[in-house]
Each structure stands twice: as structure tokens, then as C-alpha cells.
Ligand binder design. Sequence first.
Ligand code: SF4
Ligand code: SF4
Length: 96
Amino acid sequence: MTIPLKDLSSSEVTCSNCRACCCRLEVMLITDTGVPERHIARDRWGGETMRRLDDGWCSALDRDTFLCTIYENRPWICREFEMGSDECLDERAEML
Ligand code: SF4
Ligand code: SF4
């Protein structure tokens, strides 16, 4: 049986039972971690973020596996985003 995400306690929250909710957030690039150019969006002032596609997810996300295709080069913000944190739980709740 699949447990609805809203019924999961924080101890049951893992990325493997999540559809990469946090990969729909705006991700600013503040250090150079080697993100490929094709995944970078620039605003008119030169600010860089991860490119997002029309479905809302980051362009570096594999739509079939919901895994990051550039894991070794993912941005600093992605590295810092903590599974089970308040931000994580907020994002999961919004996807219900
Ligand atoms: S960190 Fe949280 S929101 Fe992001 S994929 Fe993992 S469980 Fe989902
Ligand atoms: S770079 Fe990877 S971890 Fe970061 S938002 Fe995109 S798919 Fe998710």
C-alpha cells in the first residue's frame, strides 16, 4: 500500500518516496560547481539559476527516475538542502 505523503512523519520522509519536490524550487548558482551550460539560466543582470522546464522541474532532473543527472556537479544549494528539514517538508506538502 502506498502511504499518502501527508501521512508520513518526518522520520519516514526520504527522497526515495518523494517526486523530487525540492527540484522545482529556484536554485541560484552562487559558486562554480561545474553545472553544464545547458542547465544554466541567466537573467539580464547576469544572475544564474538552474534552468527549469515547462513542467516546473529543474532541467537536470531525470523525469523517469526523479534523480539528479548532474549529481557530482549539483549546485551548492542542492547540496545544502536537507532531507526532512522544514523546507523539505514544506515542499512535499505543497505537492500533495
Ligand atoms: S530533500 Fe525532501 S523535498 Fe527534496 S527530494 Fe528529498 S524528500 Fe523530497
Ligand atoms: S541540480 Fe539536481 S539536485 Fe539540484 S535542483 Fe536540479 S535536479 Fe535537483
